[in-house]
Design a protein. Sequence first.
Length: 362
Amino acid sequence: MDHAYYMNFAIDLAKRGIGQTSPNPAVGAVIVKGGEIVGFGAHLKAGEPHAEVHALNMAGGKAIGATMYVTLEPCSHFGKTPPCSNAIIDKKLHKVVIASVDPNPKVSGEGIRKLKKAGIEVITGVMEEEAKQLNEVFFHYMQYKRPFVTLKTATSLDGKIATATGESKWITGQTAREDSHFYRHHHDGILVGIGTVLADNPSLTTRLPAGGKNPVRIILDHELRTPLDARVVTDGQAATWIIVKASVPEEKRRRFINAGVEIMEFPGSEINVPELLYFLGEKGITSLLVEGGATIHGSFLRDRAVNQVLSYISPKVIGGEKAKPAFGGEGFAHLADALELKIKEVTQIGEDLKMVLVPKRG
Ligand SMILES: Nc1c(/N=C/[C@H](O)[C@H](O)[C@H](O)COP(=O)(O)O)[nH]c(=O)[nH]c1=O
Ligand SMILES: Nc1c(N[C@@H]2O[C@H](COP(=O)(O)O)[C@@H](O)[C@H]2O)[nH]c(=O)[nH]c1=O
Ligand SMILES: [Zn+2]
């Protein structure tokens, strides 16, 4: 077999943990001895054993002299779990094949150094691109300390998110709507503006047939106009943070705090998106799904605070100058300033079109 055969398996294992390992990366490990797979594992939850440890436990004594394929450089620090590089050395493995180096400053390169120093052969860069793509959120958050942002839009063919009379249920079909719930499972936080809360009374929970993790519901609502009987306040299904500005009176906040909502005061009145992202990054939000509405999308567009666009387009034409576009705000006066994207994925999903796009400028 070639390295890619086993690394593909490790990457496939890692993929299954995406979303639930946050804020840790998703990692897969496979141990091979004499052309036989003797152990494998994936990191499943932050604070629990790492992928390498699961694989070593499964391999038992067969790990001696074996080769490990792992999608991320084995860690070398004592976080919530002991260092994997120590475990690999203790179990006397012969070789470690690594897909991507760990950008976490506590690790990056240190794990590899320790393995080499212990006389273990190390090969790096096998299927590196796939492994980095898998953990684009983790790599982004480690580098920028703010969440990886996915903007989600669901529009008619002519780019509207509602009719001129405000009707929006539903523009896209059931299949597309369900597909967007996978992205709710994969993101730590979901952000909407007060306009969406007042218009749709959304629950913003992950409702997939096989369940899924609920993101933290983050409502941008400076004046605290969210109704006390809104689903995001009363349904107890997921954490809800409402971001207000300083002038909101204490006794008003109290009512929401008593309902279990976190009220967070955010400096300034206008949404300064980069500052909001650092603020959320500090609170451990490593990935953010922005569901709109138009005002919020307009602010994120203005500040180019977008790492991925998830666009569902329905083959319906709504028309009407007063019907709401997906991106509000001023917009760019010059085409040269438009946010240019590269199409990563285009598929038909039910009756609708789904596009996943990434900004062109790195
Ligand atoms: N109007 C449409 C959407 N509308 C999306 C809005 O964010 C809406 O408030 C949320 O989806 C709320 O729903 P929930 O209670 O959280 O499930 N999204 C879609 O994908 N298609 C559409 O047609
Ligand atoms: N999940 C994962 C790694 N994650 C690395 O370890 C850090 C978390 O350490 P801890 O707090 O102990 O869980 C995380 O930030 C990342 O650098 N490393 C690995 O060798 N294998 C794994 O499966
Ligand atoms: Zn580790």
